[in-house]
Design a protein around this ligand. Structure first.
Ligand SMILES: Cc1ncc(COP(=O)(O)O)c(C=O)c1O
Length: 354
């Protein structure tokens, strides 16, 4: 398939790299490709970034048949641009696609198209410390139809957004509230996919946590509300007796690429790591016995996010001494050092983009 490139004749001024937030600025071009039952995926093109015109009956607007990914391009100290495990993101997009009755994309074609888009937009990849170019591949159902069924037509697009250092004021532990009133996902559902409704379903609990003075929500399983699943839109790790524990992928947890990277790094360091069910009662017991020394979240946006306080009903658990724990710091440094090529990539995770 030939990738057509239509250049934007009105490029925008680049933002101030020291003032980048998250997801507010977008580059000059986007990738688009369409699916119809007869032509399959076709008409791949890079064209000026701009709004879509949609029929108000477009299916994604009504039934949420849409999926996305989140990944980043990093500028190294030598000025080159690279990706971190990009095939894993496109494979996860295909996993989400299968569960949402959306046709798969060809991983190598999508990666090639992304690299071409990054070549066109290379000057948008920021170089200030901790900054990157966030990449949002998305597929939406486009039939204008109000019956409930899988759409016949789809749009696959990729947009890019320069983003700031996640921790502009330093990397400090956050306060988390365990929600007992809401669940994010259930086994057999779509919690292990990146589909839009999961995020819509998480908003009210997030808002309640904010209103109570907490940064994020800790989600328990959707059946018994007993076992820990995720924290906000991140996977979660506990350090108990110097060993790492993370909830096993149960079907309702998103299989995070940062999570997998942390597990593989831990194994390479001979740090004990266990993927298992862990209940909130066990977490409290480990805290009370003094064995629980750290909790942190993992995800593409923040890499590692240490937890300093956990609220569960009336109980407030202070985790560690209010500063970033040594194990959270070790993962944060190790993963970022690989992403920005400050160390040799012995895992084979980075890939030149341009
Ligand atoms: C619900 C949820 N859990 C976990 C993650 C972390 O996944 P990753 O490490 O691949 O970014 C994300 C972010 O993508 C997410 O949205």
């Amino acid at each position: 398939m030939k990738l057509e490139i239509i250049t934007n004749q009105n490029p925008k001024p680049k933002p101030d790299e020291t003032k980048l937030g998250f997801g507010t600025r977008f580059t000059d071009h986007m990738f688009n490709m369409d699916y119809t039952p007869d032509l399959k995926w076709h008409n791949p093109r890079i064209e000026p970034y701009g709004p879509f015109t949609m029929d108000p009956a477009t299916m994604v607007l009504h039934y949420g048949q849409g999926i996305f990914e989140g990944m980043k391009a990093y500028r190294t100290e030598s000025g080159s641009i690279q990706l971190f495990r990009p095939r894993d993101n496109f494979k996860r997009l295909n996993y989400s696609a299968r569960k949402l009755c959306i046709p798969d994309i060809d991983v190598e074609f999508a990666l090639g198209a992304l690299k071409e888009l990054l070549r066109v937009e290379k000057d948008w990849v920021p170089s200030a410390p901790g900054t990157s170019l966030y990449i949002r591949p998305t597929i939406i159902a486009t039939d204008p139809f109000l019956g409930v069924r899988a759409s016949n037509t789809y749009r696959f697009f990729i947009i890019l957004s320069p983003v700031g250092a996640y921790y502009s004021e330093g990397f400090n532990p956050v306060k988390i509230m365990v929600t007992r009133d809401h669940v994010r996902a259930v086994r057999g559902g779509v919690g292990d996919t990146k589909t839009m409704g999961n995020y819509a379903a998480s908003l009210l609990a997030g808002q309640e946590a904010h209103d109570a003075g907490y940064t994020q929500v800790l989600w328990l399983d959707g059946v018994e509300q007993k076992y820990v699943e995720e924290v906000g839109a991140m996977n979660i790790f506990f350090v108990v007796n110097n060993a790492l524990i993370t909830p096993a992928l149960s079907g309702s947890i998103l299989p995070g690429i940062t999570r997998d990277s942390a597990i593989r790094l831990a194994k390479s360091w001979d740090m004990p790591v266990s993927e298992q069910k862990i209940s909130i009662d066990e977490v409290i017991a480990h805290h009370n016995s003094g064995l629980l020394t750290e909790i942190f979240g993992s995800g593409t946006a923040a890499v590692i996010s240490p937890v300093g306080e956990l609220k569960y009903g009336d109980q407030i658990l202070k985790i560690g001494d209010g500063t970033v724990g040594p194990i959270a710091q070790k993962f944060f440094d190790a993963i970022m050092d690989i992403q920005y090529s400050r160390v040799e990539d012995t895992m084979g995770w980075v890939e030149p983009a341009v």
